[in-house]
Write a protein that binds this ligand. Structure first.
Ligand SMILES: C[S@@+](CC[C@H](N)C(=O)[O-])C[C@H]1O[C@@H](n2cnc3c(N)ncnc32)[C@H](O)[C@@H]1O
Length: 241
């Protein structure tokens, strides 16, 4: 290929990736008014637009249905966009508990879940997740845990996810690829170091069977997905109620 063609090829590749992402979102994960309103709340409240993508929302729903989820724990609510996808995968008697450190974000998430008609099964609790998680022992086991809050907290959240789940539960964490930086080894950046530690544990912990793959941000980031295959020694949970 001639050298001058390289920039055009890169631009064409980026356009193709963008086309594929948009088309898959439209085909598999079309948004309704409630989801669009949650995105609008992000803008209206001047929050960072760091919610999951539509296809990631649909993937969470596929996973929730596949494991027959009745109880879901989310760490990091923002304005409730992922919460809507998750709560919609629950049966009417199901329960989503979402932990959120910011009172402003938590209120926006509650409003989004109310607009979506999901207040019967979804609840947002305010506080630092590390302080709220120990109090959830009585409500475990959760069938699916979605981790999407402060990245330095990820290794701690994985410890708690193991304690609060059962064999067969799923643990999903967003932003586990981050442009490949966590995969390059040790890092002085606490975010990258924590994600790297999370990935290595998810990959090697004998209680977990895991995979991570690029899914958004033009293939630069994505989920790590783990199924719990052996109980945690400190597991607080019996069979799902
Ligand atoms: C990436 S956003 C969550 C996006 C959301 N899951 C979605 O896709 O719609 C991260 C959220 O985690 C919250 N957060 C940050 N640190 C936290 C902590 N220590 N405990 C609980 N929530 C935290 C932030 O306030 C923010 O709302």
């Amino acid at each position: 290929m001639a050298e001058q063609d390289e920039p055009r090829r890169l631009r064409d590749d980026a356009e193709t990736r963008h086309f594929i992402e948009q088309s898959l979102n439209a085909l598999f994960a079309p948004e309704d008014d409630a989801l669009r309103a949650a995105l609008e709340a992000v803008r209206a409240h001047d929050m960072p637009a760091i919610q999951i993508s539509p296809v990631q929302g649909r993937l969470l729903q596929v996973l929730a249905h596949a494991c027959g989820a009745r109880k879901i724990l989310e760490i990091g609510a923002l304005a409730g966009y992922s919460g809507i996808w998750l709560a919609r995968a629950l049966p009417p008697s199901g329960r989503l508990i979402s932990l959120e450190v910011s009172e402003k974000h938590a209120q926006a998430a509650r409003d989004s879940l109310a607009r979506a008609g999901l207040t019967d099964r979804a609840e947002v609790r305010v506080g630092p997740a590390a302080e709220l998680l120990p109090a959830l022992a009585g409500e475990a086991p959760f069938d699916l845990v979605f981790i999407d809050a402060d990245k330095p907290g990820y290794p701690t959240y994985l410890d708690w996810a193991l304690r609060l789940t059962r064999v067969g539960s799923l643990i999903v964490a967003d932003n586990c690829i981050r442009g490949g930086r966590p995969l390059r080894g040790e890092s002085d950046d606490p975010t990258i170091a924590a994600i790297g530690a999370y990935d290595r544990r998810a990959a090697s912990d004998p209680r977990l069977l895991s995979v991570a793959f690029p899914l958004d941000d033009d293939g630069m980031d994505g989920f790590a997905i783990s199924v719990v295959i052996a109980p945690d020694a400190a597991n607080v949970s019996g069979p799902s109620a």
